[in-house]
Each structure stands twice: as structure tokens, then as C-alpha cells.
Design a protein around this ligand. Structure first.
Ligand SMILES: [Zn+2]
Length: 380
């Protein structure tokens, strides 16, 4: 079988859409007005992805406040925030360029998703005859909604985690029911869990194992057959063309991450200096039998934070090198991250989000062509 390809999920939102999110926050336009523009950008994403030849298309998260907050709020500023939440939660990340992103804070129970990602799948299925994928947020990220130290009166941490696992399972299951062929969980907090950043207390709490255990509680709800199409995405962050945890030694994550019983992984690698070591670590740690499913390593061969377009030849060479360390039947190609996981991202290194959208499509097309060339060279 040729080397499969898959994108992580997000694409830059057109400036017109980013402005509309702001106008909605300011009360200048209605939720319906904003949704109309989201739908327009979503359809454009799908049409353009169809043209690249990507196996499974998606809307590029045009309808989401962010990859992590879509279940909870209409916008990053907190317009349309779900009940039992306040805006002033933990930082989920402080990025290298100094900007940060903040999660809401849980104020009481029960914890419920306001929006399930299946809403987007349903809309996207109506726009295309191609297979559709959907990214969802991992429970390990939403675990951080609960205060780090204190208990919420009347709603214990344990109760919260039980509810969270239920909601996450529902989120994934509803996507499949709505017709998605693949569902990947964003796990950007995995590498960040070893950062020990004094400005961001949870990153010094050694939480990686509890993240993995919680994610496996969700995986346990699915059969091996279902988990073939459930993935995990890891990266050192990717927002406003900046990262949050690239300095954390990768082996601290890769030696553990494959214990999650997912069927495939979307793994940042293109922006690493020593990529061959990453291929080797993935080859050594990924499992041919993870509770009944063989883990496929989709290696990042495209850096979405750089406007330089990787050539198909470059992609081919990377995959051929990767195949020295990872069995080719368990090797795939992806991008290092989504191209814009947050709804407000003007893509500073690109000059504009509209240009970044064009660049993203060229990069995706070259990834697909590079995977085809590598498959040819490797005889698969
Ligand atoms: Zn990412």
C-alpha cells in the first residue's frame, strides 16, 4: 500500500473571517452572520483540499474558536462561553515569541460540551463527496480546566474526569456517526508537560503519565477496529508562527507517547534539527500491537510555521530515510501541526493569513506528491 497522507486539521482563517470573529465579539454582527462567513471559508477549504488530492478533507477548523476550545466557546474572547466556566483559567501555553493562550476555568459541575465536533462533520459531509476527517481535543488538555490545586466545592476532580471521559468519547463517536472516516486527537500538551516553565505551573507538575492514562481511558471505550482510525497528534505548539515547547528533549515524550492505544500518530518532525533520531525513536517506541491495533507513524514532513515551501523531492527523501527506521507499512506523511490552530492568527512570518492559506495548499500538494514518489522508490 502506498504511504498514506493526512493533514492535522487547521488551516489559516481568511482575514475577512478573522475580522468577523472580532466584530461578533464587539456585538457588531450576529452569531448567524459569523456562521455564514465560517461556512464560506469552510467550503473554500474543502474545495482547495480536494484539488491537492488529500485523501480525507476537512474545513480547516474555520468554524472553531480553537482546536481546544471549540466545545466550550464561540470565540477566544469568550463570547458564547458554556455554563460553569469563567474566562480566567490556566495558560495552556506560553509561546517563544512571548504571547500566551489561556483556557477557561471550571467553576462547577457537571461538565458538558456545548458543541460537539460532529456538527462540523455534518456540515462538511454536505459539501463534498470526498472522505472527511475531523480533529478533536484530547481529554488531557481539557483536564486543565479544573483548578490545578483546589477542589471545586460539590464537584470533585474525580467526578469531573469521569464526565470529561464521557464527553470525549461522545465527541469522537458522534464524528464517526456523522460520517468521518478518521478522527485525530490533538495532544500538544504532551511535550509541554516536561517544560517546567515557572510562569506556567502545570508544566512543572510531571503530568505526562496522567495525560497518557486519561487518554487511554477514552481509547478503552473503542474497539481495535475503531481505533485503527483514531489518531493522536503531537507537536511543540504552532500559533502565530511560534512554538511553545521545542526545547523539551523529544525523547521525554516519544519514549512514552506510544503507550496511548491509538491506531495512528501525527508527529511533528520537519522542524527538528535531528530528524533521523526522531524517526528512530518512533520506530523503536511505536507498537505493532497496541491492544489489537498496529500503530502507524505519520511523520511531519512539512513545517506550517515557515512560508518556505518544501519540495516534493525533499519530502520523498525524508520519507525514504524514515523508512530505514519505521516499517514502511506503518509509515505515513503529515504536517508538523495544523496551519493555524487558533482562530486569531495573522501568520506574521507569512505576511498575511490569506497568503498563508495559499502557501498551505502548495505545501500539502507537495507532501502528497512527495509521498507518492517515496512509495514508488520504496516499491510500496
Ligand atoms: Zn499541533
Amino acid at each position: 500500500m502506498p504511504i498514506p497522507t493526512e493533514l492535522v486539521g487547521s488551516l489559516p482563517r481568511p482575514m475577512e473571517l478573522q475580522d468577523a470573529y472580532e466584530k461578533y465579539d464587539q456585538g457588531q454582527i450576529t452569531w448567524e452572520d459569523l456562521q455564514a462567513l465560517q461556512d464560506k471559508s469552510a467550503e473554500d477549504s474543502i474545495r482547495r483540499l480536494e484539488q491537492t488530492g488529500e485523501t480525507a478533507v476537512t474545513d480547516g477548523e474555520q468554524r472553531e474558536s480553537s482546536f481546544a476550545t471549540y466545545p466550550l466557546t464561540h470565540t477566544l474572547a469568550g463570547t458564547g462561553l458554556a455554563p460553569n466556566l469563567a474566562g480566567d483559567g490556566q495558560f495552556f501555553a506560553i509561546f517563544d515569541d512571548g504571547h500566551h493562550r489561556q483556557l477557561p476555568r471550571l467553576t462547577g459541575g457537571p461538565f458538558k460540551y456545548q458543541t460537539f465536533a460532529s456538527e462540523f462533520v455534518e456540515k462538511n459531509k454536505k459539501l463534498t463527496s470526498h472522505p472527511v476527517k475531523q480533529a478533536v481535543i484530547a481529554p488531557s488538555m481539557l483536564m486543565l480546566l479544573y483548578p490545578l490545586e483546589d477542589e471545586i466545592e460539590g464537584y470533585s476532580r474525580e467526578q469531573f474526569l469521569d464526565d470529561l471521559v464521557d464527553e470525549c468519547e461522545k465527541d469522537i463517536r458522534k464524528c464517526f456517526d456523522a460520517g468521518a472516516v478518521r478522527v485525530s486527537l490533538d495532544f500538544t500538551e504532551g511535550r509541554l508537560a516536561n517544560k517546567n516553565d515557572a510562569r506556567n505551573p502545570w508544566t512543572g507538575k510531571d503530568m505526562l503519565q496522567s495525560f497518557i492514562d486519561l487518554n487511554n481511558r477514552v481509547m478503552d471505550r473503542f474497539s481495535a477496529q475503531e481505533r485503527k482510525n483514531i489518531g493522536i497528534h503531537t507537536c511543540p505548539g504552532g500559533d502565530c508562527d511560534s512554538v511553545h515547547s521545542k526545547e523539551v528533549p523529544y525523547e521525554k515524550l516519544l519514549n512514552h507517547m506510544f503507550k496511548i492505544n491509538a491506531g495512528y500518530f501525527l508527529i511533528q518532525c520537519a522542524s527538528e534539527e535531528d530528524r533521523e533520531t526522531v524517526y528512530r525513536l518512533c520506530g523503536e517506541n511505536s507498537r505493532a500491537d497496541a491492544d489489537g491495533v498496529a500503530q502507524v507513524c505519520f511523520m511531519g514532513v512539512i513545517n506550517p510555521l515557515s512560508p518556505d515551501v518544501e519540495s516534493a523531492e525533499h519530502v520523498k527523501n525524508e520519507l525514504v530515510t524514515a523508512a530505514k527506521h519505521i516499517p514502511v507499512e506503518r509509515l505515513g506523511a503529515t504536517d508538523d501541526c495544523g496551519f493555524s490552530p487558533f482562530s486569531r492568527d495573522v501568520k506574521p512570518k507569512h505576511g498575511s493569513p490569506d497568503f498563508a492559506r495559499d502557501v498551505a495548499m502548495q505545501k500539502i500538494a507537495n507532501r502528497i506528491e512527495g509521498a507518492r514518489l517515496a512509495s514508488e522508490e520504496l516499491g510500496v
